[in-house]
Each structure stands twice: as structure tokens, then as C-alpha cells.
Design a protein around this ligand. Structure first.
Ligand code: ADP
Length: 579
């Protein structure tokens, strides 16, 4: 613009210069040429010839001067035009390609929008000539207009956060800055930065931090409570052993134990929430895990929803699983399905074996509903923490936590859905033993099983031995790592299994396990260790790792199941012909 003005001024000057030069040359010629002829003595016919030559000379000189001057001016002008066109093109390019929405406003009316602004707010044709105030939501309009019609944002002042609607009518958050009146562009330049995504992330981060803080507090309380609960349940189990056939007392103690187990699950949920709960994986039948989940699901479904459950995998299929957590994941899926079917529908859980990408058979659990389905946009963010379409009722943690649980089991959770056509969630978990493997009854039926019980807590040791005895086993209690290794060396071939819970010694449970395995002994072991459970167990297939808070009853069950699976595997091996 300034260049253009400068160009205009110099052209006027050039025209003046030409006119003055012409005036001077013509004036001097007229005044001097006749006097010069007279002085030189040209008269008569000569004078007519000279007059003609004089005129011709004058016309030639002025034509030459005009040619030089006007040519220079025109060249200059065309150069200027090119510079102006170039700088205009550069300005448009910068304006158009700016990664910020730019709007030129004249007297509060929209004059121009760059490409980004059009992408954000809609096409220029829709906005041209309209009041800029219409861009903003009602609650922010006054604040926005104060900046736009006032002095703009003096440099250094932060941009104003305002709310608006995008071209699709969705709410967006923008940072607004405005220039003061610029005569060059004939108005003001408004810059809008879309910070919707960034603000959502910030909010999600704050929410996560709040959740984490709550998690730490919850986990702290749950941890102490868990210790008390373990002791209480231990004594209930001991009391159950001393009921001397009193059925009523036994039933009451069983109920107390059930309630205690539920409290334990609740505590573990709190610990999971606080990320302090180690997985309690153990070898168990897949059917037992899913049956338990479906019982919970059935209870959570209202009558308007028709629930079906089909277990199509071989019933002997085993998995290394934390049953409570897998059930929690399945329940989350079922509750989402319920919420997606406010007017009723069908919910189907189907369990089968299906090969993964490498052809390895996996347990597959599908949870299919006939609900509202999930839009393509929601599918993109479905498993992200805090994604919810349930407003204040939803937290958006169900799916990410469920996927986390399944991934911790070496599997995956995937979703398939179309809006209006229901949704299918599929859980895949690796199976621990082939479908042909049999799980024997949990009591020791084939002869008396001798089980080494190495535990450094007297109360736990006592409870474990009592429960093993009740299950028909012969427990051999030892109280330290040294004793454990010694006893194993002496009576090795006699042990059907070992429960090892030595925490506070140099010769820890892991050390004892290493010594047993170093002696080339594959005796099934249940190792009690929070640290190892947290790390996902050990890589030894004959060892099941449980946490220190696992009830003794469960430890004994785990021991018996592991012994059964171990024996079944050995039998299969013995029956297989050697080639
Ligand atoms: P929340 O249940 O608290 O919203 P989730 O992580 O469990 O959190 O679910 C996230 C979102 O996924 C839900 O708000 C819902 O929009 C969608 N969703 C999950 N399962 C289904 C389903 N079966 N049908 C339709 N939408 C679903």
C-alpha cells in the first residue's frame, strides 16, 4: 500500500518534470531561435527554409525528450505494479495459509476470512458482511466485542478465551486476539486460535491427577484394611474347621467367609483403582471364570433385556487369570450394553476358542448387544480414558480399565459397531493348557498328597496346614527358607506340591524356588509374594504366584488345581508314544 502511494507521488512528479522541461525547451527555442536567425542574416527564401528546419528540429528534440521521459516513467510504473502485485500475492498467501483463523473486520462487519477461518466457521459466503459478534456464543459476546472494537490486545496481554460454534454446530473454544484499526488493511485483523483439543486434554489431565490422588488415598486405606481382613478371614476359616459338625455354625461361618471374600474384592477394586493391586492370577478353568461373570451380569440386567450365555469352548479349557478382574471387565462391557439399550434388547455372551494371527488358539469371549451402536467418531476415542457419552453419569474409565485388565492377561479387547446396529466387544485371552487337559476335582482324591508348607507367619502356616489336612493332604510345615530347602532335599520325591511364603529372610521364597528348580525338580509350587505377583508372576509354568493377601482357602485351592493340572500333563506325556 505504502509502495503504491509512493509510486503515485513519483508519477505526478515525473509528469511535472516533463511539463516543466517541455515549457523550458519550447520557451527558449521560441525566444532564441528567431533572434539567432536574424543575427546570422537569414532572410527571404532562406528564412522560410530555416523556419521549416527549425520547426522540424524542435519537434524532433521534444519528441526525443518525451520518448525518454515518458518511457522512464512507464517503465518505473510497470516495475511498481509488479512489486505491488507480488507483495499482494505474498500477503494473500500468508493470510490464506496461516495456521490461525484470520478475519478482517471493517466497522464490526466481516470483510475477509482466511482458509483456516472458513474451515473452522464455514464458507466466506456465509459470513461476508455479517456482524463479527455473531461468531461468539452469547455469554462471551460482550467480552469479545470489547476487544475487537476497543484497542485490541496491546502486545503482551494474553488472548481472550471465548466459546463459539464451528461449521458443524459443535462447541469450540477459541483464543481471540485483535489488532487496533489498521488503515493499511482498511480495518482490524482478528486472530482466532482453536484450543478445543488442548483444553480437553488439560481437563483430562486435571481429572487424571485428581483420580490419581484419590487412588493413592483409597489404596492407602484399602491396604491397611486388607491386612485386617486377611487376619479376620483366616480366623473364620480356622473357626470353620472347629465346628465339629455343627451345620448351623458352619453355614454362618461360610456366609461370613463369603462376605469377607466380597469385601476382599471391593478392597482389590480400590487397590486396582489406586494402581496398587497386584494381579492374582492362577490356573483355573475358563468356564469357572466366565460362569461367575455371567452370574453377575444376569443380576445386573433389567427385565427388558434378554440375556443369553453360550459356552462353546471345551469345558476343560484352562486360563491363567485373575478371575475377579476378568469378571470386572466383562461386567463393565455388559453394563455399557445395558445403558445402550434403554428400551430393551438382547445381550449375548458367547465363549469359544479361536486362533490368533499366528494360529495359536485363544479363548474368545464376545459380548454382543442390539443397542444404539457407536458412531465412527466415538469409535476413534472409545478406549481413551475419560471418553464418555453419558454426561455426568459416565466417568469414561470402564473401557480403558477393562482393556488394561485383559492386556495384563496377555490378551486384547476390541470393539466393532455401527450406529443403530448394536455393538460387539471381543475379549481374547491366551489359554494355559490345551482343551484336552482335564481338571481333576479340587480335593486330593488319588492317595494322600504330601505338601510342603513353608511360611514365616505362624498363623498363616497353621491355617494352611489345617485346610490342607481337611482336603485330605498331608502338610509338612516349615518356618524358614533354610528349613524349606533342607526338607525339600531330604524328602524331595515325596512332595506333590509346595506352598512357599517366605518374605523376611535372606533365603526368601524365590531363593527356595530357585534351589528346588536347580535340583531339576518340577514339583508344582504356589509362591506367595506381592512383588512377584505385581511383576506378573514368574516364567516357570509349574509355579503359580499369588499375593500375600490371598485368603488361605484360595491358596490351598490353587495348590490343588496346580497339582491336578501338573499330573494331567504328566499322564498325557506318559501316554504319548515316543517316536
Ligand atoms: P462410561 O460407561 O463411564 O461412559 P466407558 O469407558 O465404559 O465409560 O464407555 C465409554 C463410552 O463408550 C460410553 O460412554 C459409550 O458412549 C460407549 N460405549 C461403550 N460400550 C457401548 C455399547 N455397548 N454400545 C454403545 N456405546 C457404548
Amino acid at each position: 500500500m505504502a509502495e503504491q502511494r509512493q509510486g503515485g507521488t513519483s508519477i505526478v512528479w515525473a509528469a511535472r518534470r516533463i511539463a516543466l522541461t517541455y515549457l523550458a525547451v519550447a520557451g527558449l527555442w521560441i525566444l532564441l531561435s528567431d533572434a539567432a536567425l536574424e543575427r546570422l542574416g537569414f532572410t527571404g527564401a532562406d528564412s522560410v527554409l530555416f523556419q521549416t528546419l527549425k520547426g522540424l528540429f524542435f519537434v524532433t528534440v521534444t519528441a526525443l525528450l518525451l520518448y525518454l521521459h515518458v518511457g522512464a516513467v512507464l517503465r518505473r510504473q510497470s516495475e511498481l505494479n509488479r512489486t505491488v502485485a507480488e507483495s499482494r500475492a505474498r500477503f494473500y498467501s500468508i493470510f490464506e495459509r496461516s495456521p490461525v483463523a484470520l478475519i478482517v473486520v471493517q466497522d464490526g462487519r466481516i470483510e475477509m476470512l482466511n482458509a483456516y477461518a472458513q474451515m473452522l466457521l464455514g464458507p466466506a459466503a456465509r459470513w461476508h458482511g455479517r456482524d463479527i459478534a455473531e461468531v461468539f456464543d452469547d455469554q462471551d459476546r460482550a467480552a469479545a466485542m470489547k476487544i475487537i472494537l476497543g484497542d485490541g490486545n496491546p502486545s503482551g496481554t494474553p488472548a481472550e478465551l471465548v466459546h463459539a460454534k464451528n461449521a458443524q454446530g459443535e462447541g469450540i473454544e477459541l483464543e481471540l486476539s485483535a489488532s487496533e484499526q489498521w488503515p493499511d488493511i482498511g480495518g482490524r485483523l482478528i486472530a482466532l486460535v482453536d484450543v478445543t483439543e488442548q483444553r480437553n486434554l488439560e481437563r483430562a489431565l486435571v481429572k487424571t491427577q485428581r483420580m490419581e490422588a484419590m487412588g493413592v488415598v483409597a489404596a492407602g486405606i484399602a491396604h491397611d484394611f486388607n491386612n485386617l481382613l486377611t487376619a479376620m478371614m483366616g480366623y473364620v476359616q480356622l473357626a470353620a474347621v472347629h465346628t465339629n459338625g455343627n451345620r448351623a455354625a458352619k453355614d454362618l461361618l461360610d456366609s461370613a467367609m463369603q462376605a469377607g471374600m466380597q469385601a476382599g474384592n471391593l478392597v482389590r477394586s480400590l487397590l486396582t483403582f489406586g494402581r496398587a493391586a497386584p494381579m492374582q492370577k492362577k490356573l483355573m478353568p475358563l468356564k469357572e471364570v466366565i460362569d461367575g461373570a455371567c452370574m453377575l451380569i444376569r443380576g445386573a440386567m433389567p427385565s427388558r433385556i434378554h440375556f443369553t450365555y453360550n459356552f462353546e469352548a471345551p469345558s476343560e479349557t484352562l486360563v491363567h487369570a485373575d478371575a475377579a478382574q476378568v469378571r470386572q471387565a466383562l461386567l463393565n462391557l455388559a453394563i455399557n450394553a445395558r445403558d445402550a439399550m434403554p428400551n430393551g434388547g438382547e445381550l449375548a455372551v458367547v465363549v469359544s476358542l479361536s486362533p490368533d494371527a499366528r494360529g495359536v488358539p485363544m479363548a474368545s469371549v464376545t459380548v454382543a448387544d442390539t443397542g444404539t451402536g457407536i458412531s465412527d467418531a466415538s469409535m476413534q476415542t472409545l478406549f481413551e480414558p475419560f471418553f464418555t457419552t453419558k454426561g455426568d453419569v459416565g466417568v469414561g474409565l470402564g473401557l480403558p480399565v477393562s482393556r488394561g485388565i485383559i492386556q495384563d492377561h496377555g490378551g486384547d479387547l476390541t470393539a466393532a459397531s455401527e450406529l443403530g446396529k448394536g455393538a460387539v466387544f471381543t475379549i481374547t485371552i491366551p489359554i494355559a493348557a490345551g482343551p484336552e487337559s482335564k481338571v481333576e476335582p479340587k480335593t486330593a482324591s488319588a492317595g494322600v498328597l504330601t505338601v510342603l508348607v513353608a511360611h514365616d507367619k505362624a498363623a498363616s502356616r497353621e491355617i494352611l496346614c489345617t485346610l490342607l489336612r481337611k482336603a485330605g493332604c498331608e502338610p509338612i510345615p516349615v518356618a524358614s527358607g533354610v528349613e524349606c530347602v533342607d526338607t525339600h532335599m531330604r524328602r524331595r520325591s515325596n512332595f506333590a506340591g509346595a506352598i512357599i511364603g517366605i518374605q523376611h529372610e535372606t533365603q526368601s521364597g524365590l531363593y527356595c524356588l530357585a534351589r528346588i528348580r536347580a535340583a531339576n525338580d518340577n514339583t508344582p509350587v504356589v509362591l506367595i509374594s506381592d512383588i512377584l505377583a505385581q511383576e506378573g508372576g514368574v516364567s516357570d509354568v509349574h509355579t503359580t504366584v499369588v499375593t500375600e493377601s490371598t485368603p488361605e482357602q484360595q491358596i490351598v485351592e490353587s495348590m490343588l488345581t496346580t497339582i491336578s493340572a501338573h499330573r494331567a500333563a504328566r499322564q498325557r506325556k506318559e501316554q504319548r508314544p515316543d517316536y
